[in-house]
Design a protein around this ligand. Sequence first.
Ligand SMILES: *[C@@H]1O[C@H](CO)[C@@H](O)[C@H](O)[C@H]1NC(C)=O
Ligand SMILES: *[C@@H]1O[C@H](CO)[C@@H](O)[C@H](O)[C@H]1NC(C)=O
Ligand SMILES: *[C@@H]1O[C@H](CO)[C@@H](O)[C@H](O)[C@H]1NC(C)=O
Ligand SMILES: *[C@@H]1O[C@H](CO)[C@@H](O)[C@H](O)[C@H]1NC(C)=O
Ligand SMILES: *[C@@H]1O[C@H](CO)[C@@H](O)[C@H](O)[C@H]1NC(C)=O
Ligand SMILES: *[C@@H]1O[C@H](CO)[C@@H](O)[C@H](O)[C@H]1NC(C)=O
Ligand SMILES: *[C@@H]1O[C@H](CO)[C@@H](O)[C@H](O)[C@H]1NC(C)=O
Ligand SMILES: *[C@@H]1O[C@H](CO)[C@@H](O)[C@H](O)[C@H]1NC(C)=O
Ligand SMILES: *[C@@H]1O[C@H](CO)[C@@H](O)[C@H](O)[C@H]1NC(C)=O
Ligand SMILES: *[C@@H]1O[C@H](CO)[C@@H](O)[C@H](O)[C@H]1NC(C)=O
Ligand SMILES: *[C@@H]1O[C@H](CO)[C@@H](O)[C@H](O)[C@H]1NC(C)=O
Length: 456
Amino acid sequence: MLFLKAAFLAAVVAAANAVKPADLSVNNTDSIVGVAKTLASGAMSYYSGNASSFADLPEPYYWWEAGALMGAMLDYSYYTNDTSYDDIIATAIMANTGPANNFIVPAHELDEGNDDQAFWAFTALTAAERNFTQPAELTPKGVPSWLDISINVWNDMVVRWNTTMCAGGFTWQIYANNFNGLDYKNSASNGGFFLISARLALLTGNQTYVDWAHKVWDWTYGVGIINKNYDVFDGTDSATNCTEINPLSFSYQNGIFLYGTAALANQTGDDVWATRAQGLLYASRRFFSPYNNATDVMWEHACEGVGTCTKDMKAFKGFLSRFMYSAVQILPSLAPNVTDYMRTSATAAGKACTGANIGNATSGDGTTCGQKWYVGGFDGSVGLGQEMCALETVQGLIGLNNVIAAANAPEPSPSPTAPAPSPSSSKKSSAPGTPQVDLRWTVASTLCALFLFTMA
Ligand SMILES: *[C@@H]1O[C@H](CO)[C@@H](O)[C@H](O)[C@H]1NC(C)=O
Ligand SMILES: *[C@@H]1O[C@H](CO)[C@@H](O)[C@H](O)[C@H]1NC(C)=O
Ligand SMILES: *[C@@H]1O[C@H](CO)[C@@H](O)[C@H](O)[C@H]1NC(C)=O
Ligand SMILES: *[C@@H]1O[C@H](CO)[C@@H](O)[C@H](O)[C@H]1NC(C)=O
Ligand SMILES: *[C@@H]1O[C@H](CO)[C@@H](O)[C@H](O)[C@H]1NC(C)=O
Ligand SMILES: *[C@@H]1O[C@H](CO)[C@@H](O)[C@H](O)[C@H]1NC(C)=O
Ligand SMILES: *[C@@H]1O[C@H](CO)[C@@H](O)[C@H](O)[C@H]1NC(C)=O
Ligand SMILES: *[C@@H]1O[C@H](CO)[C@@H](O)[C@H](O)[C@H]1NC(C)=O
Ligand SMILES: *[C@@H]1O[C@H](CO)[C@@H](O)[C@H](O)[C@H]1NC(C)=O
Ligand SMILES: *[C@@H]1O[C@H](CO)[C@@H](O)[C@H](O)[C@H]1NC(C)=O
Ligand SMILES: *[C@@H]1O[C@H](CO)[C@@H](O)[C@H](O)[C@H]1NC(C)=O
């Protein structure tokens, strides 16, 4: 007994060693944990806050990305059991809840829209779902629970459902004087509220959240932000009464709706949500396999090929990974296809994290991440988003492998919908030699002035 315990502890210590991302072995927990440790350190090198004090990210990163970083780090702690960042994370979240404990932060009025608020709420929801420790001594004010903070966001957002035009929808912005004000209705804000509703439904069983998730889905689908093939587009405009769709499409937008539909499938047991989740997963193939030398490797198809990704866009792939992994935890029937995508993409991401500290990079020299995973190495594009994308794609393999192991276990699975063991990767084919670029969906520089809507 004592011997076993010592052996177990030794294994834990060994697992805590950092591993070079390029050496990732996707079926080996120690390897995944070690690579995640390297990547978490790289991502957090951009963050100068500490366990007692929050700090905004350096220029040029917007406020939402700090919330997204803390969400990625919550997953890091959960999947790897490395709790060394926990106090830093808790302090950062609590420092940003604002006076009403709902992530409305006066200091960030100029860069807070509905989607930015939603990204912080995703992080609070993760903390609530994981029962993440809430260290009262680290927070200067009263400590509402992570769940209460998430509910506060929902209650704050719901009154902004706007029927003046388009028969509904959330606008991108909260404040009329921000860029594009209260005209643009985007998938991230509507999907953000949809995902918050779905996760609150799962956490609380409160039917109000299920009903609103239905309502937001119906509106988003009704105006065509989601089409019948489950492609999710960037948004639409009140100026046209939402009759014209901005056809840009980004990976995280699919991920937000995928995770929300999976949560509702789990909570309601209604096949309509499982069907939608499968549809969104199928539609996500547009974010993989850009060339026939890169089958199942993720890319941001609207901008990577043409080199027009902004700082924000360089973080998006990580959210598709995070939300795919989260969806699989609660809807295991998604596992086989997610496995093909994520094991291949994580391996490619690892090979991209072999750079030196060039430019403003602060991550470990020799393990700095590039942006494009399909090139087979480091492409010289460095930044926080690049680190986060690799981190989120790698660390979730642990949760995915747990789901696969549970499905393969000899005991009858507790879930009737658990998948058959992942078949030996049946490869999805892409048109030989043809990049899957639809030019209408590409962020061309000429379109920027009109259509380059992101999070800020
Ligand atoms: C990982 O394990 C799966 C079986 O679960 C196997 O099909 C796959 O080839 C393995 N991958 C690697 C890189 O070892
Ligand atoms: C945390 O950061 C604050 C603000 O920069 C600083 O005053 C404080 O000394 C730091 N605390 C620790 C333990 O490093
Ligand atoms: C590098 O850092 C400086 C100072 O914080 C900032 O102004 C600049 O935009 C950064 N450059 C890039 C490419 O991130
Ligand atoms: C983390 O801890 C849990 C509970 O002890 C354990 O089941 C799990 O295997 C651990 N995960 C890793 C990656 O070590
Ligand atoms: C959450 O943690 C508290 C104490 O920290 C414990 O009482 C409670 O049972 C935990 N809940 C879950 C769902 O793990
Ligand atoms: C609703 O949208 C209209 C524009 O369609 C805008 O003028 C109005 O201020 C918005 N209302 C709220 C509460 O945001
Ligand atoms: C806007 O579209 C909605 C349906 O989406 C319709 O009910 C409404 O009458 C339209 N308003 C205008 C001003 O065209
Ligand atoms: C369900 O959620 C709504 C919205 O947050 C709230 O107003 C209502 O009180 C909740 N119902 C229960 C039974 O908690
Ligand atoms: C999963 O992959 C298989 C094999 O490539 C494909 O036929 C199927 O359509 C995919 N399903 C989804 C939901 O992506
Ligand atoms: C719902 O999610 C839980 C994990 O949180 C899982 O054990 C269960 O099998 C899921 N139920 C369904 C119907 O997918
Ligand atoms: C795959 O092909 C694309 C397009 O020719 C190229 O940019 C990329 O570097 C190639 N990737 C690898 C791993 O060779």
